[in-house]
Design a binder for this molecule. Structure first.
Ligand code: CMP
Length: 223
């Protein structure tokens, strides 16, 4: 397995503020792992021994059943990490993580990560903030499922996913309609119909795989 360059770790927000010496120590024990698109990186229920830091590419965090149904909890990209929960509570993996494109990670084992945490309380604070952020996002998802219709859930998800590109708010083009359906707890057909309605009403503009969210949508109440 290839060793990790300290420069890669210095660009990970989790390690912002670490002394060079600590980064070098982590880089010496971390390993590089790469996966092709659609690979299962970790699986819900597995025994856990490492945390993954994303250098490039995107992954989806999901829970699913044996029949292939899945709910996407989150999409993570460069600078994000996953696999910390099982290291914290010593329980099996809480979710499955699948690559959405070719991905490149730095992987740190539990014992090396524990040692780093013990010497760097700032990392503990960072992890607590990120856990709070993920809990808020999960609360918002529960609220959507319990209190919103599919139109509202799709619209809100598109707003959350849209990023500024050349003056337009564009949704990640690697997301399929099935992915959006798995994020909002609806069928792909229902999502397809909802996207057509939102487009007809001028809330979004669809060009092939590209979904542009109109500025009007950001200032509207869609529920
Ligand atoms: P772990 O339980 O070790 O393995 C699965 C990982 O998915 C988990 O750690 C977190 O890093 C990540 N994860 C689980 N639930 C969520 C969520 N609701 N939002 C974002 N990431 C999550």
């Amino acid at each position: 397995m290839t060793q990790v360059s300290p420069i890669l770790l210095r660009n990970v927000p989790l390690f912002a503020g670490l002394e060079n010496e600590e980064i070098d120590k982590l880089a010496a024990v971390a390993t590089v792992r790469t996966f092709a698109k659609h690979a299962v990186v970790i699986r819900e229920g597995e025994h856990a021994d490492s945390i993954y830091l994303i250098n490039s590419g995107k992954v989806k965090v999901l829970i699913g059943d044996s029949e292939g149904h899945e709910v996407i909890l989150s999409i993570l990209g460069p600078g994000d990490y996953f696999g910390e929960m099982s290291l914290i509570d010593s329980q099996p993996r809480s979710a499955t993580v699948v690559s959405m494109e070719p991905v490149h990670f730095a992987v740190i084992t539990k014992s090396d990560f524990d040692r780093c945490l013990a010497h760097n309380p700032r990392i503990v604070t960072h992890i607590m903030v990120e856990l709070a952020k993920r809990l808020r996002s999960a609360n918002s998802k529960i609220e959507g499922l319990a209190l919103m219709d599919v139109h509202g859930r799709v619209a809100r998800t598109l707003i959350q996913l849209a990023e500024l590109h050349n003056g337009e708010m564009v949704v990640d083009q690697s997301l399929s309609q099935q992915d959006i359906a798995n994020m909002v707890g609806a069928s792909r057909e229902m999502v397809s119909r909802t996207l057509r309605d939102l487009s007809a009403n001028g809330f979004i503009h669809v060009e092939g795989k590209k979904i542009v969210v109109s500025h009007r949508t950001f200032s509207s109440k869609l529920d």
